[in-house]
Structure formats: structure tokens, C-alpha cells
Design a protein around this ligand. Structure first.
Ligand SMILES: [Zn+2]
Length: 456
């Protein structure tokens, strides 16, 4: 382990320079102390402190990144005066906003500097950063971000870039300004919300194609569209919801049904898209900013501190310490149980959060039973220790959503089960290695069939 950390520190030094002087080493060690897996810690540090020569495309933009270089064509540009507050130091009084595009996508931007170009021009921005504004990713050009106009560029022309981009669901990122896609409706529900003083009906649901799934919200009526419909969506916007992209259908978005002839040529049908996701490699989860509704399977290699019984504020559900909520002060806490565990499948590891319903199932004890254990034991950590003993090393499949934050990737489980099929395969494999498969291989094979046991 220490050898691995030394290796990672070497890699970080190569990428970022002197780690001691910049405090990066201390930051890395803090993550390790919080039991963030070393690889994840390295990635997180790299993202946070970045290399000086980091050049990104629009599709690479996500929350919490800064100090990068990007080249794009200005698709739209406007300016607005910003009122200066009396008594403060002189601040830039104009904000320039618009849309910037490259061949991978288009993104909203805002700039505190007057840009050296106008609509149609290509600009290069150094030391840019990303801000989240109204749940959308915004490329930010600050006073310390040099911007230059590029005369000769290989970027596609205006006409090509300004059409919204046709994308598969897996390629839609939180930075996307406007996208076109063809997908089928997997889930659909209606709710009433109060916006600007009047009730309006919002439709939310899930889209799917052959590459994956994404949540969506429609602020307009979807006439004639239901679960199972295959539709073309043009000019949809992308919002960020719980760290992942969500397709937003607004009044400017065009929705049309895909005819049966055209639907027959697609790489998916409603039936294929509606199938439960098959487990993918954790390596793939770690290489992406977020994945909506996927499953992974692996061994629980460690149970992280903070797992077990926790107390929540009855007002805001925040985890409270010694009966004190950060926001509501002294409160009567409500007991809850959760498990945070590191799942490893050999290609990588990911931190998985199991909420109470799943924690009770994989632990095999209800919250009430765990409370009894907590009150009957002198050790404050009785439940945590019991969880560690019971769960460490177990093989488990989980289904849920993964998203990246500054602490790396986290996966929130919505379902968990023991993949019996995998277990049988592994038993057969083990027996083969022990040279015992010849006499009872037949029997073992017959046990391989059948799906996993659904636990929830
Ligand atoms: Zn509270």
C-alpha cells in the first residue's frame, strides 16, 4: 500500500511540480486519512490542482474544475451592466455572456473581460474555470483569464456549430448548451409545482437509448407521448441534477414521434432499452463524470467510518452531532442507518452509499436491532464494528447512480443483491482450479442458470 502511495505521489509530482511547497501533499494525505482510495485521491488532486497545460474540450467541462485552456467559436454574445455596490472597491461593471462551441458541444459562458472577438470569431481562453449557475454549467472567464482571438482555426464553421448537436444519451454532458437526441420514454410522472406564483404541471421521467439512460424534465405538455414512445428531441437544454445531466424540455424544444419505419432502423427498441442494466466495470464508472442508473458488482473491501447509526435533524435531515444541528441548533434527533462501503471489482473501486432500506437488507439487521446493539454495548462504535465484521469481503451487486464530486466518484445504491449467477461461476472456477470439476461439473453447471436473488 505505502509503495503504491509513493508511486502515486511520484506521478503527482511529475504532473504538478513540488508537492510540499504547494501544500498538495498535505491535501493528498488528508484524502487518504479520510479513506478515499489512493487512485481516486490522485485523480481528485489532479482535477483540483490541474496541470498548467491542461487543454479541454467543451465535452470535458464539469463542476469544480479550474485553470484550464479552451478554444471555441462564439455563437452568441451579449452584455449587461452590473450595478456596483456603493462603498465597495471598483469592480468590473459589465458582464459579457453568451455561448461558446467547439466540435464536441456548446456551453454558456460569462466573462468579466471584454472579449477580443464577436459572434462567429474563435477565441482561446487560458486559466478559465467552471461555475454552476441555476443548475447549469457555465464557463467562466475571469479577470485573470487571458483571452486571445484566433484567426486561423480548424473549428467547424458557424453554421455547423450553431445547429444543436445530435448526441447519444451517454455523450450528453452537464456542460451541453443544447442537444438533439432520439430516445424512448422509460418512465413518466406528473407533479404540480409553484413557479412565479402560479401552479404549473411538470413532467419528469427517464429516457433510454442503446447507450444508457438519463432523467428528463418537461416544462411543456408532451401531447400523445407515453411510456414506450420513441421520440425525437431537438434543442433540449441540459441541467445538472444531483451531479448528473438531466435533459430539460422547454418551450423552445421540439418534440416529435419517430415513425415505426424509422424506429425499426434504430439500435434499440423499447424492450431492449427497458431491460435491467447489466453490471459494467468500475473502471468505466471511474472514467466518467456521472452515470445514471447502472449496476456494478464487486467485493466490499472496506466499510467506511460514518457507517452505522446516525442521528438526523427532524427539520432538515442533516446528520447531527450530540443533538446539535448546524442550522437548527439543539434538536431531538431521529435515528437513521446508512452504510458507506468501498466496492472493488478488480478494475477499480468506488465508494457506495447504502441508505437505510438497503443497509438493513445487506446488514441483515433492522435499525431497531442495531439500536439495541448500540445501547447494550459500552463501545460507541459497536454497530460500526459489527458492520465491518459482517460485511467486509462480501460479494455484492448494486444498482444506482454514480457522480463525481471533489472527493472523487460516489455511488448511491438504489438496489442491492447477491449475484448468485456470479457466485456459481466463481465456485465452478474455484473447483476447476482445485481439479475437482470432472466428476461433478455437470451438476455445477446446472446451478449456474437463473438470475440473481433480488433483495430489494
Ligand atoms: Zn436542521
Amino acid at each position: 500500500m505505502d509503495e503504491k502511495i509513493a508511486l502515486l505521489l511520484e506521478e503527482l509530482t511529475r504532473a504538478l511540480g513540488d508537492l510540499e511547497k504547494t501544500g498538495i501533499r498535505a491535501e493528498f494525505e488528508k484524502l487518504i486519512a479520510f479513506r478515499v482510495p489512493p487512485d481516486v485521491a490522485k485523480e481528485s488532486i489532479l482535477r483540483k490542482f490541474g496541470g498548467k497545460r491542461k487543454t479541454l474540450k467543451v465535452k470535458d467541462l464539469s463542476a469544480n474544475i479550474k485553470n484550464f485552456e479552451l478554444t471555441g467559436r462564439i455563437l452568441d454574445l451579449g452584455e449587461k451592466p452590473i450595478r456596483q455596490q456603493a462603498g465597495t472597491q471598483e469592480k468590473p461593471s459589465r458582464l459579457y455572456t453568451g455561448v461558446l462551441a467547439d466540435e464536441t458541444g456548446s456551453v454558456l459562458f460569462s466573462s468579466w473581460r471584454e472579449l477580443p472577438g464577436s459572434i462567429g470569431d474563435v477565441i482561446n481562453i487560458k486559466n478559465a474555470y467552471v461555475r454552476i449557475w441555476q443548475n447549469r454549467i457555465r464557463l467562466s472567464i475571469g479577470e485573470q483569464s487571458p483571452v486571445s482571438k484566433i484567426l486561423d482555426s480548424s473549428l467547424p464553421p458557424m453554421s455547423e456549430l450553431s445547429a444543436s448537436q445530435k448526441k447519444k444519451l451517454t455523450d450528453i454532458g452537464t456542460a451541453d448548451f443544447s442537444v438533439d437526441t432520439v430516445a424512448c420514454v422509460l418512465q413518466l410522472s406528473y407533479r404540480e409545482v409553484l413557479t412565479k406564483g402560479h401552479q404549473s404541471r411538470v413532467i419528469s421521467g427517464v429516457f433510454a437509448d442503446e447507450t444508457g439512460r438519463l432523467p428528463f424534465t418537461a416544462w411543456i405538455e408532451l401531447v400523445g407521448i407515453d411510456i414506450g414512445s420513441i421520440i425525437r428531441i431537438e434543442g433540449a437544454q441540459v441541467r445538472m441534477f444531483r451531479g448528473m445531466p438531466s435533459v430539460s424540455i422547454l418551450s423552445g424544444t421540439k418534440i416529435s414521434s419517430v415513425g415505426s419505419e424509422e424506429a425499426g432502423k434504430l439500435a434499440f427498441t423499447f424492450e431492449s432499452a427497458a431491460k435491467d442494466p447489466v453490471p459494467i466495470k468500475i473502471e468505466e464508472i471511474n472514467s466518467r463524470d456521472s452515470v445514471f442508473d447502472v449496476s456494478v458488482a464487486g467485493n466490499l473491501v472496506s466499510i467506511r467510518p460514518g457507517s452505522g447509526i446516525i442521528s438526523r435533524c427532524p427539520e432538515c435531515s442533516r446528520v447531527i452531532q450530540k443533538g446539535n444541528c448546524r442550522v437548527h441548533g439543539k434538536v431531538e434527533g431521529i435515528w437513521d442507518m446508512r452504510i458507506k462501503a468501498v466496492l472493488d471489482d478488480g478494475t477499480g473501486s468506488v465508494s457506495v452509499m447504502f441508505p437505510r432500506e438497503l443497509a438493513e437488507i445487506i446488514y441483515g439487521k433492522t435499525l431497531e436491532e442495531a439500536e439495541q446493539l448500540m445501547f447494550s454495548d459500552v463501545s460507541k462504535d459497536a454497530v460500526y464494528e459489527d458492520l465491518r465484521r459482517f460485511l467486509t469481503g462480501r460479494y455484492l451487486a448494486v444498482r444506482g447512480n454514480s457522480s463525481r464530486s471533489e472527493f472523487g466518484i460516489s455511488f448511491v445504491a438504489e438496489n442491492a443483491w447477491v449475484p448468485e449467477e456470479d457466485l456459481a461461476v466463481r465456485v465452478v472456477d474455484l473447483l476447476r482450479r482445485l481439479g475437482q470439476d470432472e466428476e461433478d461439473g455437470q451438476d455445477k453447471n446446472s446451478q449456474v442458470s437463473g438470475g440473481g436473488i433480488e433483495l430489494a
